[in-house]
Design a protein around this ligand. Structure first.
Ligand code: HEM
Ligand code: FES
Length: 374
């Protein structure tokens, strides 16, 4: 029996069971499919603990010797701390099509990939030589929906020798791309307060009014409104007002969660985040705020992008504890009640399921449907 910590959640392994079996038995979420070492979906990173040969034998060549393991092949041989792989760990073989000097000291590498890379414009990614050497980081500047080639921009001083040396004959050069990278690395410190900006924007009452108008537009917006189903315009305006006042004016009257936790369940991509910024810009222009002030204001919102944009919900983090809000719990009710989804009566002493974040009770029929779409 070994202690296992996976993505912050703890359990104990039984003799001879694989890490995947142990996590599934303990209701700990892990991505998997084939359970036989073929699909690599259960690939995870071992942060502490020993790895048997079986745990690593069927890893793709790109991930060997770097503390990765396949959970479906790994029978724990010691206590372990393991983390699910993220898109930072995705390594994709690519083939260059063109390398050109864009402008100033910016270079652009255009390429095709051997499998689809799920990215959004503006995300960062690393490229390295086919020997997995000399990794550099750039920004993906192409549009995944419309551009045939993927394009990575990087600065002249980063140009690695494996690209530089082949710049005459770049076509068909093979290399690896890692990522797209999650945005949490090298985060600059938060902007210092700028009380003058708060006054220039019109002070308390004008800013409250602008935010209220903004949220009326948000609630009328087909892409944004669905997120706000469970909160009133007054409440979100008040929260956003005191949050911005804290950051721009430096006056700490905000009582609430940090953006990473308050947006933990929202799957917001860069396009949607940009769409919200654009909407805010439109409202500020309607209030005749100058472009300079709009830019300064936007910088205060923009700095929270890494706390909000993500491909899947993440657990809330309080201190060292992680709380997964996106799951169902069960309980037996003392009294009869009504199912929050279909309004059927649920008799007393029945086992019901409720969603941890939303809190709605589901009868047996509805909970099977809810779970399968979870
Ligand atoms: C597309 C982007 C965004 C979406 C869809 C979004 C959506 C939401 C929603 C639905 C809530 C209510 C959460 C709840 O009470 O259940 C919320 C709360 C909040 N949001 Fe956003 N938001 C976005 C961007 C931002 C940005 C850029 C900021 C920061 C400037 C921000 C700051 C806040 C704050 C301070 C709260 C209140 C937190 C609390 O209740 O303690 N949001 N947001
Ligand atoms: S589940 Fe497919 S490799 Fe582990």
């Amino acid at each position: 029996m070994f202690n296992i910590r996976f993505n912050g959640q703890e359990t104990t392994s039984k003799p001879n069971e694989t890490l995947l079996e142990c996590l599934l038995r303990s209701n700990i979420n892990i991505d998997f499919s084939c359970k036989s070492g073929v699909c690599h979906r259960c690939m995870s990173k071992c942060l502490e603990g020993e790895l048997s040969n079986d745990a690593t034998r069927k890893l793709p060549i790109t991930h060997r010797g770097k503390n990765y393991l396949l959970a479906c092949q790994c029978v724990p041989v010691s206590d372990m701390v393991v983390e699910a792989k993220s898109s930072d760990d995705n390594i994709t073989q690519c083939i260059a099509v063109n390398l050109e000097h864009e402008n100033g000291n910016v270079w652009q590498l255009a390429f095709e990939s051997y499998r689809v890379i799920n990215y959004q414009t503006g995300q960062r990614a690393a490229v390295m030589s086919i020997n997995m050497q000399d990794e550099i980081i750039g920004v993906l500047s192409s549009d995944p929906d419309n551009d045939a080639l993927t394009v990575l921009q990087f600065e002249q001083q980063d140009l690695p020798h494996w690209l530089n040396e082949s710049s005459q004959d770049i076509n068909a050069l093979e290399f690896y791309l890692r990522g797209p990278l999650t945005e949490q690395q090298e985060r600059p410190p938060l902007l210092a307060p700028n009380p003058e900006l708060w006054q220039q924007l019109g002070g308390d009452s004008k800013i409250y009014e602008i935010l209220n108008t903004f949220y009326h537009a948000v609630y009328a917006d087909a892409q944004l409104a669905p997120f706000f189903e469970r909160i009133t315009i007054e409440r979100i305006t008040g929260k956003q007002f005191s949050f911005l006042k804290k950051h721009i004016l430096g006056e700490d009257g905000f009582i609430g969660e940090d953006p990473k936790n308050s947006h933990n369940w929202m799957v917001v991509n860069h396009n949607l985040f940009n769409h919200r910024i654009e909407l805010m810009r439109r409202i500020l222009r309607d209030y005749a705020v100058s472009e300079t002030l709009i830019q300064q204001f936007e910088a205060y919102e923009e700095q929270f992008r890494p706390d909000i944009v993500k491909n899947q919900p993440w657990p809330k983090q309080i201190g060292d504890q992680f709380i997964d809000t996106e799951r169902f719990e069960e309980c037996v009710l003392d009294e009869a009640t009504i199912c929050d989804y279909c309004s059927a009566e649920i008799p007393a002493n029945t086992m019901v399921k409720y969603h941890l974040r939303i809190g709605k009770l589901a009868c047996k029929d509805c909970s099977t449907t809810s779970e399968s779409t979870e």
